[in-house]
Design a protein around this ligand. Structure first.
Ligand SMILES: NC(=O)c1ccc[n+]([C@@H]2O[C@H](COP(=O)([O-])OP(=O)(O)OC[C@H]3O[C@@H](n4cnc5c(N)ncnc54)[C@H](OP(=O)(O)O)[C@@H]3O)[C@@H](O)[C@H]2O)c1
Length: 333
């Protein structure tokens, strides 16, 4: 089969012929139609991610159909259109993953290939309201933001939420989930155009984090936030503390802008804030995310679809530039 291959860090991806995997016990073989990028793929290529850094088929998100099954798998799966849960071997503790945890696409071979063999417990029928392309854009951003908002931050209807860096694939899905849950959602972005697009998706207002002291304007205009969802971290994280209401929850899962700096301790403890880290999610959270997505007919926003696996490097470069509004998709087959 053809697969997009990372031979070494900081070198362009190549497409090469590799052996097509065969499903072992409890596995299915999925012929992938589409896959989507996550920023982690770019971090891995740049050598900025824990785990193996070369000799990998990257990709955590994929959609396709089951073409072969291993032993102990129900034959009813053959021909089914499926999406793949990329959060593997979480372990027994729903509060945090265990030693065996991995995310599909490093170290296991990922979805930027024509086929993938995966344990049947990680495949799910595609929600009927999604197109094939949208289905490929859902899994990783879906599980991450669902757990962040509903398990970790325990978001409730009527609460005020700030979602930062709305151009991100994760941030946009979080916006859609929070709106569907009945929250009052505000966003930040470095782009006025993206703020306007976010308003069209239900955001009440947006703020440009590139403006000096933007967070002071936010407090005046909104009264502050019950929940802040962030994936940028960096020096600006301290400003998010300013925007939270007393008793607020700040949930975060990324470090796009580097290490968190500049937190003034009493701003956190005096306001009784909770700062919550989160990553991916459990099997049950993946199922709950799918049910919520189907119930509210939420469709991941797709920015661009590249026509073939050979376009992967172009897609990675596009993600690195940060100009996207939503998910970046590759056509696999
Ligand atoms: N721990 C986990 O389970 C998990 C899961 C998924 C993602 N992540 C992490 O979360 C981050 C987002 O992932 P993604 O795949 O959604 O990325 P992405 O689609 O590439 O997101 C890029 C966006 O980040 C925003 N951004 C950049 N610098 C910013 C800053 N200083 N302040 C606020 N926003 C900023 C920009 O938004 P604007 O253009 O609107 O300014 C940009 O469009 C990455 O760091 C990723 O590694 C972690």
């Amino acid at each position: 089969m053809k697969a997009t291959f990372l031979t070494d860090t900081n070198t362009p991806l190549i497409v090469k012929e590799v052996e097509t995997p065969r499903p072992t016990d409890n596995q299915v073989l999925v012929k992938l139609a589409y896959s989507s990028l996550n920023h982690r793929d770019v971090w891995i290529q740049k050598g900025q991610y824990a785990g193996p850094k070369a000799g990998l088929i990257l990709g955590s998100d994929g959609f396709g159909s089951v073409v072969e099954i291993g032993r102990n798998v129900d034959s009813g799966w053959i021909g089914k259109a499926v999406i793949i849960n990329p959060s593997h071997d979480w372990g027994d503790n729903p509060a945090a993953f265990g030693d065996q945890f991995k995310i599909l696409g490093n170290p296991e071979p990922g979805t930027f290939a024509e086929y993938i063999a995966v344990d049947v417990k990680y495949i799910h029928e595609k929600p009927a309201h999604l197109t094939d392309i949208e289905a490929s854009a859902l899994p990783l951003a879906g599980i991450t933001t669902y757990r962040a908002l509903f398990t970790r931050a325990a978001l409730k209807a009527g609460e005020q939420v700030l979602i930062t860096g709305i151009g991100a694939g994760t941030a946009l899905l979080a916006l859609q989930y929070a709106v569907a849950a009945g929250a009052k959602v505000y966003v930040t972005s470095g782009s006025e155009e993206k703020i306007e697009k976010a308003k069209a998706l239900g955001a009440i207002e947006g703020f440009n984090y590139k403006e000096e002291n933007w967070f002071l304007k936010v407090k005046e205009a909104t009264g502050g936030f019950d929940v802040v969802l962030d994936s940028a971290s960096g020096k600006g994280f301290g400003n998010l503390i300013e925007t939270a209401k007393p008793g607020g929850r700040i949930v975060f899962f990324g470090g796009t802008d580097g290490p968190i700096g500049n937190i003034i301790p009493n701003k956190v403890y005096w306001k009784n804030l909770s700062i919550l880290g989160t990553t991916m999610g459990t099997l049950q959270e993946f199922k709950d995310m799918l049910a919520f997505t189907a119930e509210h007919k939420i469709k991941p926003i797709v920015d661009i679809v590249y026509p073939s696996l050979s376009d992967a490097q172009q897609a990675f470069d596009y993600m690195h530039e940060g100009k996207q509004f939503g998910k970046i998709v590759l056509t696999n087959g």
